[in-house]
Design a protein around this ligand. Structure first.
Ligand code: SF4
Length: 267
């Protein structure tokens, strides 16, 4: 007997112990064999997620795109290349973080995941969050942000450290949105600078809201120049390259997350 998603665990209802998802590898194995929603029928590969099992920061996107579906790995398409550059700009790489998605199988045509698909799949993400237990969760785009703060827009929320329960949530735009609108790139850079600040200094700037649940505390946007210069990145050229050079297939594959007008508009 199991308790399902939404309660933060996939656990035996009596003992409270996880059922078959004691490790990240077990979660991944279950994901690869999952038939829990209609997305199973259209996938080439499920994309469980990957990275450092003890990462301080966990990135959560929406769902796999075409290249992710082919390779079974998250964020390996154009948006993934941009994410790699952003990680490099803060002196990190994929081996330092954990990267996962809301749904583990590609929605056909890169459409938005349906509510039933999100509900069916969230048990895997919830368990990954429990197992990695990151200091900070960075949500990429609206869908992942709404997992924790339903109904809120990403445009106003991005770049502000939030707290829900004992989790620190830092929402940013989806990299695919930045690929579509290059003018969003400075905003994305600034938000990743803030991530580096949070990780370096600890989440001391968070404030719980009146209900003790969430905060609207804004992390200072001003970067520490000595810490976060793109010129210090291992491969800043990769990030600073023109969008076209980074992502010649943007129209086909960039969408690993929502591209709604709301997401693509800063103000
Ligand atoms: S999207 Fe999630 S719930 Fe649906 S089949 Fe894939 S792993 Fe299972």
């Amino acid at each position: 007997m199991t308790a399902s998603a939404g309660d933060g665990a996939y656990a035996d209802a009596t003992s409270g112990m996880p059922t078959g998802m004691e490790t990240l590898d077990q979660v991944a194995a279950l994901v690869r064999g999952c038939q829990g929603c209609s997305l199973a029928g259209g996938r080439t590969n499920a994309v469980p997620g990957e990275g450092n099992p003890k990462a301080d920061v966990m990135f959560i996107g929406e769902g796999p795109g075409a290249q992710e579906d082919r390779q079974g790995r998250p964020f390996v398409g154009p948006a993934g290349k941009l994410l790699d550059g952003l990680l490099a700009s803060m002196g990190a790489n994929r081996q330092d973080v954990f990267i996962a998605n809301m749904v583990k199988c590609r929605p056909p045509g890169n459409r938005d995941p349906a509510p039933a698909e999100l509900a069916a799949c969230t048990k895997y993400l919830d368990r990954q969050v429990e197992l990695v237990n990151p200091k900070l969760i960075v949500t990429l785009g609206r869908f992942a942000f709404n997992r924790y703060f339903p109904g809120e827009g990403i445009t106003k929320a991005r770049g502000k450290l939030r707290e829900i329960g004992d989790r620190k949530i830092f929402p940013v735009l989806h990299p695919a949105a930045v690929l579509r609108r290059d003018e969003l790139r400075p905003t994305m850079v600034k938000d990743f600078e803030a991530i580096a600040e949070i990780l370096a200094e600890g989440p001391k700037d968070t404030e719980k809201g009146p209900g003790g649940v969430q905060t609207n505390r804004v992390i200072p946007a001003t970067p520490q120049a000595t810490q976060l210069s793109l010129m210090d990145a291992p491969d800043p050229a990769a990030f600073l390259a023109p969008v076209e050079a980074l992502a010649p297939e943007i129209p086909a594959d960039a969408k690993e997350g929502p591209l709604s007008p709301e997401q693509l508009t800063l103000f």
